[in-house]
Write a protein that binds this ligand. Structure first.
Ligand code: PGA
Length: 251
């Protein structure tokens, strides 16, 4: 069985004090949930305080990006080892905003995925097509390209710590959610790809999250699809009550 994984992606929102106020409220609201993995991807400045504050709770803290080296002359970058020491349990890699605005490619994503796994982090590896690509009938090909290249060269053991997030670019921050059927269709394609690359056992145990305008109002129907194992949530993860409703999607 795949444990559902609901994860916030705060992007470039929340100062340290705002992050800590959220955490205080959220801990009380989701404390009783023990059958869902719960994560918050947060800006680097807030990670250490959040991770310290989340100790002993059921909330995991993670980074939104990392470099592929553990140290070096890379001004402005953060290494996987730095995330680990700050208390992070996971890192989001290859988000479409990073691909689009910060020049990430399948090649750099793959290097980052490998480095993050080597440091002991769980990796949420993002993939997804643009609207133009969907309209041109290229969705499956684009997603396959992101997934195959992003996790190329990993071992079956390493795959145990990889989560794939399918995030259609046209659904991110736009209020346009993919229908549960559209999400399911692509998730099934991804699972088939994983079976081809790593065998059925890995395909059946790897979690695939959906992301793109997930909110308390639509999370339940999306999560009901057989190949949807979680959600990666931006806007609706920024308020504790909304975040708690997402985590409590079964209620
Ligand atoms: P959104 O963002 O929920 O605000 O659409 C999702 C994401 O970018 O991970």
């Amino acid at each position: 069985m795949r444990t559902p994984f609901i994860c916030g992606n705060w992007k470039m929102y929340k100062t340290v004090s705002e992050a800590m106020a959220f955490l205080d409220a959220a801990k009380g609201l989701v404390g009783g949930v023990n059958d869902v993995d719960i994560g918050i991807g947060a800006p680097a400045t807030a990670l250490k305080s959040l991770a310290d504050g989340a100790k002993g709770s059921n909330i995991m803290i993670g980074g939104e990006n990392c470099h592929w080296e553990n140290e070096g002359a890379f001004t402005g970058e953060i290494s996987p080892q730095m995330l680990v020491e700050a208390g992070c349990k996971f890192v989001i890699i290859g988000h479409s905003e990073r691909r689009r605005y910060f020049g990430e490619t399948n090649e750099t994503v793959n290097k980052k995925v490998k480095a993050a796994l080597a440091a002991g982090l769980v990796v949420i590896m993002c993939c997804g097509e643009t609207l133009a690509e969907r309209e041109a009938g290229k969705t499956d090909a684009v997603v396959a390209d992101h997934v195959k290249n992003g996790i190329a060269g990993l071992s079956m053991d390493e795959m145990a710590k990889v989560v794939i997030a399918y995030e259609p670019v046209w659904a991110i921050g736009t209020g346009k959610t993919a229908t549960p059927e559209q999400a399911q269709d692509v998730h099934a394609v991804i699972r088939k790809l994983l079976a081809g690359m790593f065998g059925d056992a890995v395909a059946q145990t790897t979690r695939i999250q959906y992301g793109g305008s997930v909110k308390p109002e639509n999370v339940r129907e999306i999560m009901a699809k057989p190949d949807v194992d979680g959600a990666l949530v931006g806007g609706a993860s920024l308020k504790p009550d909304s975040f708690a409703k997402l985590v409590n999607f079964k209620a």
